[in-house]
Design a protein around this ligand. Structure first.
Ligand code: CUA
Length: 338
């Protein structure tokens, strides 16, 4: 009996210390959405349970190892135990019960994160290798940054233009796969103003999967409105092919190609600055002049002219993703970069 009391106390102490230790690690980033609240609540209960079960297994094990170790000179056999029916029933029923409780809590929490606000603002999200674009149908423009007003639910209607991607902003907690040929939805109510959130892709989607991240900005409703109206006006006034091309490039191209002399991180793709009219060395040893025909072919059939020093990572989907006139606009914009 004394052993049970001592071991019991040790289990409780170890469980509390394990819980405090795990919490001190700071496993979660800031909680910044209404959907994060039930998820963090469930997570906390799971950490409590994990800490308790860890202590329940490790403490009796170590306690027995130390207290009931073989004494010096003791060569007798240990007691022979056939089994213990009530113990076996107990350690079958108790975990089953716990798993069922957490299944219920999990389902309930999932329902909580999907609660529908009929007033939600809609943003159409397009994912492609390796970029995100965000269309605001209320305002009629597309951005490469996701701006959200605080304390208002947003309904993301997401579709992939090529392979499977996954929309994930860790501070919002919720995550959703983005599939080709099917619209998936995600509801987020941001609760914390901030401009250093990032959407990441959480599904291995090819060579530059790691770089598929873009800014997410949560602002006060009036700041959001101002941004949306300015973007809307800019969008409507971008009349020349060069202006339209720059806007398209911001959305589709700048995660790999740089419009300045400084390449993007990792120098994964040729810079555009000074590209037009220059002599480009190809991987097969030949060289070509970067004229309009070369730029066009490089966009619609990127594997035809592999530039020396770069991996063949450019997706072949831009030829179908972008319309003919959009590609012309982008080329017109590239020509201005010198
Ligand atoms: Cu898209 Cu990983």
């Amino acid at each position: 009996m004394t052993h049970f009391i001592i071991a019991g106390i040790l289990v409780v102490v170890t469980a509390v210390l394990t819980y405090l230790g795990l919490n001190a690690l700071g496993l979660m980033p800031a909680s910044a959405s209404a959907q994060a609240v039930p998820i963090d609540w469930l997570w906390n209960w799971e950490v409590i349970m994990i800490s308790f079960l860890f202590a329940l297994i490790v403490v009796p094990l170590l306690y027995s190892l130390v207290v009931f170790r073989r004494r010096k000179g003791d060569t007798s056999d240990a007691e022979h135990i056939e089994g213990n029916t009530s113990l076996e029933i107990g350690w079958t029923i108790a975990p089953l019960f716990l798993v069922m409780v957490f299944a219920y809590l999990g389902a309930y929490t999932l329902g909580d994160t999907r609660r529908v606000d009929p007033q939600a603002m809609i943003v159409n999200v397009k994912a492609s290798q390796w970029t995100w674009s965000f269309e605001y149908p209320e305002y009629g423009f597309t951005s490469n940054e996701l701006h959200l007003p605080v304390n208002k639910q947003v309904l993301l209607k997401m579709e992939s233009l090529d392979v499977i991607h996954s929309f994930w902003v860790p501070e919002f907690r919720v995550k959703q796969d983005v599939l080709p040929g099917r619209v998936t939805e995600l509801r987020i109510t941001p609760t914390l103003i901030g401009d250093d959130y990032k959407v990441r892709c959480a599904e291995m989607c090819g060579t530059s999967h790691y770089s598929m991240e873009q800014p997410v900005i949560v602002s006060a409703p009036e700041d959001f409105k101002q941004w949306a109206e300015i973007s809307q006006a800019e969008y409507a006034s971008a009349q020349t092919p060069e202006q339209r091309g720059e806007r398209l490039a911001q959305i589709y191209c700048f995660s790999c190609h740089s419009p300045t002399i400084t390449p993007v991180a990792g120098n994964i793709a040729p810079v555009w600055f000074g590209l037009f009219g220059s002599t480009v060395e190809l991987q097969d040893g030949s060289s070509v002049t970067a004229d309009e025909a070369f730029l066009l072919e490089s966009i619609v059939n990127p594997l035809a002219n592999l530039v020396a020093g770069y991996q063949p990572i450019m997706p072949a989907s831009y030829g179908t993703l972008l319309g003919e006139s959009e590609i012309k606009d982008i080329i017109a914009y590239i020509i201005t970069l010198k």
